[in-house]
Design a protein around this ligand. Structure first.
Ligand SMILES: Nc1ncnc2c1ncn2[C@@H]1O[C@H](COP(=O)(O)OP(=O)(O)O)[C@@H](O)[C@H]1O
Ligand SMILES: O=P(O)(O)OC[C@H]1O[C@](O)(COP(=O)(O)O)[C@@H](O)[C@@H]1O
Ligand SMILES: [Mg+2]
Length: 446
């Protein structure tokens, strides 16, 4: 046990170890206290001696703007704030622990990496072998593991943490949540999301300009979002040029009263052009009806999707050209990988820095089994099981989706039965009323 080293620059910012942050900030009078998370930040007492720390960093899953910034700031945070200099990078995601080389990371070697997209460590899907990974951690004498990745990665981190606890190793496991989809539960927002939304504007602008320049122009833009339509929703709200936004959470239909085609006809008649943004996970049931369903998975177990953008474009063309005998000009833009393969913007760079520093403070203080994340605007340490038990999705009976519907004026495609079902799902997802127990190496839970 020792007092934090070289702490002069942040001594006044020490966080009291009893500070907590509530998950719900809008409450009714007399409502229960609800779930609280430990507030993140530097502690006066640290668990590790600098010279004893051997840290490693790994990035897993799909790319996300800001991965390199997080790597850089973990290295600089450990080195500058705590005088740690044994830091290695695991190459190529989880399987890199047992199948690839490692690289030494120093503040000098990571100095410029935040200006590049992607991850200097490489990444992968699949290949999570808990026992082999923990064997490797043990063999190398690693005692701090920083794992940067999405929902799948956090589940993998939880499995590593459990195995480490079973072996009673004094190893801190810290997750830093990454996702452009914003589908990780509990946290306000992940790094990279704002950059992705900003980059999506370029595709929407192009679709709008193209559609507005021709007779009956229709721009269709496909954006990422496997299970959650946040990028499509926020990109639509930001742009104001989008006439219809389709997301996985909101079922839609094409034909008949209140359907997409009826709405499109009205828009084309009134404005002469329109733009549709469709999230990649939208309308999968409809596509499966008209194509042979594939039901395939990727190496991580994620559902492989049918291409909704191409399918929708084809159905629109068929409807207007063959059936309505109307001349239309449809342009389909698929910028999917472009929105995540870029470096993070200024605000995401700040988020990455704060998350990385908080992860370092948590691990150095001896906390383990946590994901660092923003909850109601405050950085917190969230136990792994809280972020992995559910997925964050757009609640279509909530205010944000209502705001989008008012902004685009598109049909909601919802019957009163759909609304009832959506409300019931929200009620079922209400968290249990407990105050969370932190897991720290000091209280002996590892
Ligand atoms: N349930 C799980 N248990 C253990 N490891 C998992 C689990 N789900 C995913 N992983 C591992 O996490 C890594 C990243 O998962 P993936 O779903 O591809 O991306 P993301 O973390 O971005 O969601 C992969 O190496 C995968 O094997
Ligand atoms: O083609 P890939 O690399 O499997 O990635 C596609 C997926 O990656 C994402 O961008 C992000 O997903 P993860 O964060 O879960 O990796 C999804 O929106 C998309 O479906
Ligand atoms: Mg994922």
């Amino acid at each position: 046990m020792s007092i934090a080293l070289s702490a002069t620059s942040y001594r006044q910012y020490f966080v009291d170890q009893d500070d907590t942050v509530p998950e719900k900030i809008v409450v009714q009078r007399d409502s229960p206290r609800g779930l609280h998370f430990r507030r993140a930040g530097p502690r006066q007492r640290v668990y590790f001696e600098s010279d004893d720390v051997h840290a490693c960093i790994v990035t897993c899953g799909g790319l996300c703007p800001g991965l390199n910034t997080v790597i850089r700031e973990i290295v600089c945070g450990l080195s500058h704030m705590y005088g740690v200099n044994k830091i290695i990078g695991i190459e190529g995601g989880y399987r890199g622990f047992y199948a690839r080389n490692t690289i030494q990371l120093t503040p000098k070697s990571v100095n410029d990496i935040h200006k590049r997209g992607g991850t200097v460590l490489g990444t992968s899907r699949g290949g999570h072998d808990t026992l082999k990974i923990v064997d490797n951690i043990q063999d190398r004498g690693i005692n701090q593991v920083y794992i940067i990745g999405g929902d799948g990665t956090q589940k993998g981190a939880a499995a590593i943490f459990e195995e480490i606890r079973r072996r009673r190793l004094k190893v801190s496991v810290a997750g830093i949540p990454k996702t452009i989809d914003n589908d990780i539960a509990v946290i306000d927002k992940s790094f990279g999301f704002d950059t992705a939304v900003e980059e999506a504007q370029r595709a929407i602008n192009a679709a709008h300009v193209e559609a507005g320049s021709v007779e009956n122009g229709i721009g269709v833009v496909k954006l990422m979002g496997r299970y959650s339509g946040f990028i499509a929703m926020y990109a639509t709200l930001a742009s104001r040029d989008v006439d219809c936004c389709l997301i996985p959470e909101s079922p839609f239909y094409l034909e008949g009263k209140g359907g997409l085609f009826e709405y499109m006809e009205k828009q084309l008649k009134e404005n002469g052009h329109m733009v549709i943004v469709v999230a990649e996970g939208a309308g999968q049931d409809l596509i499966a009806e008209s194509m042979r369903s594939m039901n395939h998975e990727d190496a991580s177990g994620n559902k492989l999707l049918l291409d909704v953008g191409l399918w929708l474009s084809q159905r629109i063309k068929n409807y207007f050209t063959s059936r309505q005998k109307m001349v239309i000009n449809l342009k389909y833009i698929d910028p999917t990988y472009m929105i995540r393969a870029i470096p993070s913007n200024a605000s995401d760079n700040v988020s990455c820095t704060l998350l990385a520093q908080c992860a370092v403070h948590g691990a150095m203080a001896g906390y383990t089994g946590f994901t660092v994340g923003l909850v109601n605007g405050r950085h917190t340490y969230i136990p792994f099981d809280r972020v992995t038990e559910t997925r964050n999705t757009v609640v279509i009976t909530d205010r944000m989706w209502a705001r989008l519907l008012s902004s685009t004026n598109q049909p909601s495609f919802l019957s009163s039965k759909d609304i009832e079902e959506a409300n019931m799902m929200v009620e079922e997802e209400q968290p249990k009323q407990t105050v969370d127990e932190e897991k720290s190496m000091e209280n002996g839970s590892t």
